[in-house]
Design a protein around this ligand. Structure first.
Ligand SMILES: NC(=O)c1ccc[n+]([C@@H]2O[C@H](COP(=O)([O-])OP(=O)(O)OC[C@H]3O[C@@H](n4cnc5c(N)ncnc54)[C@H](OP(=O)(O)O)[C@@H]3O)[C@@H](O)[C@H]2O)c1
Length: 321
């Protein structure tokens, strides 16, 4: 595994991290989930990304992760970076959603209980809710660190202006923002339009989620929608309608470049998203050990020549997912 320092901090993160949004809930295959987490850790994937609402049902990914830790991995707690988040709908009523101090404080206590952890390494505000003052959310994060419930804090999906404001507040409180988490992949390049600038100026790290566009940036949808894929899963966030002819045509063209590079398309998509120094790590969300093995091999070839980058840009054109 290759590791990078997270922004200006002293914390190193693996280039590939494992996320538990899908595939680790109560409805998923627990034995495969356990094997994937153990395998990931053996391969140097030290970072596991959770949130209060991951499942389904919400909370079950944290509960399962806690069980897997208890089953042996807890002995390695000091070798792991475990994150969780609060900010999306988790329980009914006015306090189970959004970025209020009330929600964050209640939520981290619930997440610690579900996972059986004494602390999270990173705790995030999952989103800017458009209502809660930035100072309220950031002060809650600062206090969470002061209470020893998290070592570092991060923010996710904040628009660039609000991210700048949040990071300035955190810096003033001497609990700097460790990391910014946002969607980043070949078909979703928004962080290039503002977020990366803020991060570089503030010295935060960046971790990209959905680096394979939930599986679209692999060869699985080239000939239809496989029954075991996320697009076919009624609980999945990816919808069949998103696998359009235009998307498949782009993926086919990208696949040809991946073949020339002797990489799977998934490997090339990961290498591409890691090409910028500002990207500390990517969170992959695998369903099987084989997918994880495939993705790990991306790290064997992270270099692109100018011709490849130009051709990829041309193919992507205005592709937006
Ligand atoms: N901060 C936020 O708001 C936010 C939002 C979303 C996600 N996240 C984080 O990011 C993590 C990753 O998100 P994601 O699951 O969307 O990531 P992703 O890596 O883009 O998609 C994962 C899916 O891609 C497919 N896949 C993975 N490796 C493959 C391979 N080598 N070959 C073929 N298919 C492959 C699998 O789909 P199939 O199941 O179809 O095989 C897998 O379920 C989440 O678990 C979560 O931790 C954060």
């Amino acid at each position: 595994m290759k590791y990078s320092y997270c922004g200006l901090s002293g914390l190193q993160l693996p280039k590939l991290s494992l996320g538990l949004w899908h595939n680790f809930g109560l409805n998923d295959n627990y034995n495969e989930a356990k094997k994937m987490i153990q395998f990931a850790f053996e391969k140097g994937i030290t970072h596991f990304d959770l949130a209060n609402n991951y499942g389904p049902p919400p909370g079950s990914a944290e509960t399962n992760f806690g069980k897997i830790l208890k089953d042996g991995l807890m002995a390695h707690r000091d070798e792991m970076i475990i994150s969780s988040k609060a900010g999306h709908l988790m329980w009914t009523g006015p306090y189970g959603d959004g970025s209020s101090r009330k929600n964050l404080m209640a939520s981290i206590n619930q997440s610690l209980k579900r996972t059986g952890l004494e602390y999270f390494d990173i705790f995030y505000s999952h989103r800017y809710d458009g209502v809660t003052p930035i100072e309220e959310t950031m002060q809650a994060l600062v206090d969470i660190v002061k209470q020893g419930k998290a070592l570092y804090i991060g923010i996710s999906k904040y628009p660039p202006a609000e991210a700048r404001q949040a990071m300035a507040y955190l810096r003033q409180q001497q609990v700097p923002c460790l990391i910014f988490q946002d969607k980043y992949n070949m078909m979703h390049r928004n962080p290039e339009e503002g977020v990366f600038d803020v991060i570089e100026k503030e010295g935060s790290g960046f971790i990209g989620f959905s680096p394979l566009a939930q599986g679209i940036l692999s060869d699985k949808y080239l000939n239809g929608i496989p029954a075991d894929s996320r697009a076919a899963n009624p609980n999945g966030f990816l919808k069949r309608e998103q696998i359009t002819q235009k998307v498949v045509s782009i993926v086919r063209q990208l696949n040809l470049i991946a073949e020339e590079r002797n990489q799977s398309l998934a490997q090339m998509a990961l290498a591409w998203a890691l090409r910028l120094n500002v990207v500390t790590s990517l969170i992959v969300g695998t369903r099987t050990i084989e997918q994880l093995q495939d993705n790990l091999q991306a790290l064997d070839n992270l270099n692109f020549n100018n011709d490849e980058l130009k051709r990829i840009n041309l193919i992507l054109g205005g592709a937006v997912l």
